[in-house]
Design a protein around this ligand. Structure first.
Ligand code: OAD
Length: 255
């Protein structure tokens, strides 16, 4: 190693130059994001240990229909807590960088996140594979569910049939929304380049999308400060935090 560490180099992370070149040359980009892109906004990643009152729970054990049926008040309370966290959060430079990229070339932005921060930054046509934290739907509703009433400390229930209201997210064991999945797969198959940001790559089918893009000829760039299973699918791995790295990968003006 040589040089003054205080003087910025043109390649702050190994692979940066190659990533910049791939992005500049791509006609269209397929972007897959996960919880890591919102980490710098203060939203805990999905597999982070929960804090405070929630520290004793495993998020994977709260995010299922079975868990909700078993302990509706507890799971509903957890989602209200997450809604509060996300409502207080703001998009970070990584979210804004993707808005700038979409102003320069066709981008399909597919996210596993339910926090809506891409949309709040200004990204349009975001494909939400796992739903949205602020949406509600009915658990086995009667088809005419409309008004709901909540007893203190409990989730709302339909006034007509008593069905539980539930968050509009995809839980473990559930299928992805069909249209979102179809559009995401089509985009992965047809893009020139695949950029993966802040996902552990552990949850399928989302985790299979970079491999699908690669099979169809797109180079894959992974941005994640930690090693992930997707590194083996990647042509370039940038071991960097998204908010620090993405704004340096392409011009931040509309171009
Ligand atoms: P995870 O919590 O599994 O992984 C987050 C990833 O982000 C990890 O690999 C971190 O190393 C990385 N990371 C942390 N800080 C970062 C930063 N500043 N910049 C970039 N990367 C960073 O979250 P997901 O991969 O999104 O699904 O989890 C996938 C799905 O698992 C979630 O959508 C959720 C869960 O099951 C459902 O709820 C259906």
């Amino acid at each position: 190693m040589s040089g003054d560490p205080l003087v910025p180099t043109s390649e702050p992370w190994p692979g940066m130059g190659e990533a910049r070149r791939l992005i500049a040359n791509a006609r269209s980009v397929f972007v897959l994001t996960g919880a890591g892109i919102s980490a710098e906004s203060g939203v805990p990643t999905f597999r982070d240990a929960l804090t405070g009152l929630w520290a004793q729970f495993d998020p994977e054990e709260l995010a299922s229909e079975e868990a909700y049926r078993r302990q509706p008040a507890l799971v509903w309370e957890w989602y209200l807590h997450r809604r509060e966290l996300v409502a207080e959060a703001r998009p970070n430079p990584a979210h804004y960088a993707l808005v700038a990229l979409a102003a320069q070339k066709p981008v399909t932005l597919v996210t596993q996140n339910v926090d809506g921060l891409h949309q709040r930054a200004g990204s349009q046509h975001v494909i939400e594979l796992h739903g949205n934290l602020f949406a509600n739907k009915w658990l086995n509703g009667c088809g005419r569910c409309d008004e709901a009433t909540a007893l203190p400390g409990n989730p709302p229930r339909c006034n007509l049939c008593g069905a539980l209201m539930r968050p509009g997210v995809v839980w473990f064991g559930e299928d992805l929304p069909r249209v979102a999945r179809f559009r995401a797969e089509h985009a992965a198959e047809s893009a020139d380049l695949c950029l993966v940001v802040g996902t552990s790559g552990l949850v399928y089918p989302a985790a299979g999308l970079p491999g699908l893009a690669r099979e169809h000829g797109a180079p894959v760039i992974v941005v994640n400060p930690q090693p992930s299973v997707l590194d083996q699918t990647a042509d370039v791995v940038l071991q960097a935090a998204a908010g620090a790295c993405l704004p340096l990968l392409w011009p931040q003006s509309a171009g």
